[in-house]
Write a protein that binds this ligand. Structure first.
Ligand SMILES: Cc1ncc(COP(=O)(O)O)c(C=O)c1O
Length: 460
């Protein structure tokens, strides 16, 4: 609500001088998170993209739009409707209610998610331990809300990390303490040290957030030995692991898939966060959490962490849209609950694009003559490019305006606001031709920026 300063102005009163407005609230009086860079990050990046619609976007981590199909919505809905009737034996009245009414807080496709995890990930989980959420984002929020019980609680997270995680933690007054990532995906020595330092300071590290497969933004993965050691370390330090895995189904063509932490977890150390945004449909906003940890109540009864999360969910989103779940459920059913089978085309395209990007970088920034460096991920959507100058939002604007190419400053994925000489490139929402065009433009920006900085340094 915004009113003219000095009270309501009469119609037709033009007044004199600039129109100033009274304010009803100040940001400073709201939760501090609303003014935090982590919460502005996604909006900022979206706004830049909207402002320069003709720029090639090597920024967007969204699925390739032509893979999304309106006709599939109806097919999936109908497939799920038949599943309710034919496989689950629901009467027409029950089907009507399941699809159209308020529904079960933990979801209506939990059994299909469990089947998907069994088929694709070799993870056996009780469907009751699954909460279907409004995207993975809600799953993160629920888990962090549940874990943050005391002002001494902190979350450890591999840096750089996904901004949605940092933002959710901010909203919950849960400090995030960085753990070094490095080329191995996580520096276990640093993880142990961060646990020690936090505990020595009287803090309680509740969990460590990791993306073992093709992480956003770093593109790195944790190897099999690293995964086993991470689980061992979590057991030794009595730490939960929050495994986020939106990109795991997209290994590069020459790379294989590794077992998830959850598949290797024999001690319920891992809370597994899933998303259907990259594999089925981002517009459905459906994700889930596997929370099979056993939780003791004050009265001695033992239940599942999933049930505690469901209580929180009932006060946040009540239940995930039944329609959206039905669409995802139908998509799962169409391929025997295998998203590996459902995403053959996507895997090929994203893998081809990743290879195309990396080859294109090598041609434009030849080793030996160029200071520009990048990593070569074994899959996923993202590559990190390190350049010989600081990369900030102002440079992104200039890149979009003057060069017609969008990317993401890596500083958005660190919590300390320090400048970072790197940017994230994404291959998911573009064609190979667009990658070529985007890289030509990026190479021009890098050349000009390097020359400009050199000239400034000489003058200085
Ligand atoms: C690492 C990571 N986790 C979670 C999400 C969000 O998933 P959802 O769209 O299901 O909320 C994303 C989306 O980009 C992501 O990159």
């Amino acid at each position: 609500m915004r009113r003219p300063r000095g009270g309501p102005r009469a119609a037709g009163d033009q007044g004199g001088g600039p129109v100033t407005e009274t304010v009803d609230l100040r940001v400073a009086d709201l939760h501090p998170a609303v003014d935090d860079p982590a919460l502005n990050s996604m909006n900022f990046l979206n706004e830049v993209a909207q402002h320069y619609p003709d720029a090639v976007s090597l920024a967007a981590g969204r699925p390739y739009e032509e893979f999304l199909d309106v006709a599939a919505l109806h097919r999936h809905l109908d497939r799920f409707r038949r599943h309710l009737a034919d496989d689950l034996g629901q009467s027409p009245t029950q089907v009507h209610r399941t699809l159209l009414q308020y529904g079960r807080t933990k979801g209506i496709v939990h059994h299909l998610v469990a089947r998907n995890l069994a088929v694709d990930e070799d993870v056996t989980v009780d469907p009751e331990a699954i909460v279907v959420t409004v995207g993975c984002q809600e799953a993160m929020f629920l888990v962090l809300r549940a874990l943050r019980a005391d002002p001494r609680d902190v979350l450890l997270a591999v840096a750089p990390t996904y901004v949605g995680l940092t933002g959710a933690a901010r909203l919950l007054d849960l400090p995030v303490r960085p753990v070094a990532g490095g080329p191995a995906g996580i520096d276990l020595t640093d993880l142990r040290e961060q646990v020690r330092v936090a505990r020595a300071a009287g803090l309680r590290p509740r969990a460590c957030y990791v993306m073992p497969d093709f992480a956003n933004p770093s593109g790195t993965s944790i190897g099999l030995t690293g995964r086993r050691r991470l689980l061992d370390l979590a057991a030794e330090e009595d730490l939960l692991l929050l495994e986020d895995n939106p990109y795991g189904l997209f290994p590069a063509p020459d790379a294989g898939r590794l077992p998830t932490l959850k598949a290797l977890d024999t001690a319920r150390r891992v809370v597994y966060l899933g998303s259907f945004a990259k594999t089925v449909l981002p517009g459905a906003r459906v994700g889930y959490v596997v929370a099979d940890q056993r939780v003791a109540g004050a009265d001695g009864t033992v239940g599942l962490l999933a049930d505690q999360l469901a209580k929180i969910k009932s006060m946040v989103t009540v239940n995930t849209s039944a329609i959206a779940q039905a669409v995802v459920g139908g998509a799962l059913l169409e391929h025997g609950c295998s998203l590996v089978a459902a995403t053959v085309r996507e895997r090929a395209a994203y893998g081809r694009n990743l290879r195309h990007l990396v080859d294109g970088l090598a041609r434009r920034f030849p080793a030996g003559t160029s200071p520009v460096r990048w990593n070569v991920p074994a899959g996923g959507f993202f590559v990190v490019l390190t350049v010989p100058f600081g990369v900030d939002d102002a440079l992104l604007h200039r890149s979009a305006r003057e060069y017609g190419v969008l990317w993401t400053p890596m500083a958005h994925f660190y919590d300390d606001g320090a400048p970072v000489d790197a940017l994230r490139l994404s291959v998911s929402a573009v064609t190979p031709d667009e990658i070529d065009l985007g890289l030509d433009r990026l190479a021009a920006l890098v050349a000009d920026e390097t020359a400009r900085r050199a000239a400034t340094a000489e003058v200085g």
